[in-house]
Design a protein around this ligand. Sequence first.
Ligand code: SF4
Ligand code: FES
Length: 256
Amino acid sequence: MSSGKLNLTLKVWRQAGPDAKGEFVTYYAKNISPDASFLEMLDIVNEELEAKGEEPIAYEHDCREGICGTCGMVINGRPHGPLQGITTCQLHMRHFKDGDVIYIEPFRAKAFPVIKDLIVDRSAFDKIIQAGGFISVNTGSAPEANTIPVKKENAELAMDAAACIGCGACVAACPNASAMLFVSAKVSHLALLPQGLPEREIRVQKMVAKMDELGFGNCSNVGACEAECPKEIKITNIARLNREFYRARFLSNVED
Ligand code: SF4
Ligand code: FES
């Protein structure tokens, strides 16, 4: 009778540093419980590597609950792996079969340079947020929430957009390495709420300018971002981003 445990062949991208030449290296993950998460499986492989005095595979994670967005990697060609609507840390080994060969790579995009193995530098996203992804808040006591009416439809659209965890899978999935799903989620969730209106025009222009400056590509409506987004952010946000951008440009020209 089968033990139910999995024996897998891993082809893992190893790269010692940003300028080092990378390559796929083969490892064997033995006796893996189907209940283990993908990151727990990598932990087991790393414990064996360390026991042999070898360098463990470097990968990033924090919450392991699908919240922080740090655990992204490309598994068999798909950011965050074969399932939809989940992060790598939420992926379990029961979705693989005994004997599978699994290719594991970092997110690949010019704006996300590899730091080591599966870890990429996604600070470009922080720079886009710093450029405009915030609201001005007057200090003092909080206003009574019900004095600021928000249409239910807008509240729900803003909430959906705010679910973006900044993982970067949209960039990794896009053949143009576009960050437009991420930027559109941030622009949408703020532009749809009254609190986001004071910086509405300047925000979208600054965030788009920073996105372009950092080397992300443009959207050409491939749709891979929406398909691979672990938070199922809709591509309709990109349409809203475009509308917000042209509206802001028009109003800036009017003011000129
Ligand atoms: S839009 Fe989706 S894929 Fe892109 S950063 Fe946000 S959560 Fe990740
Ligand atoms: S480790 Fe936080 S989302 Fe995966």
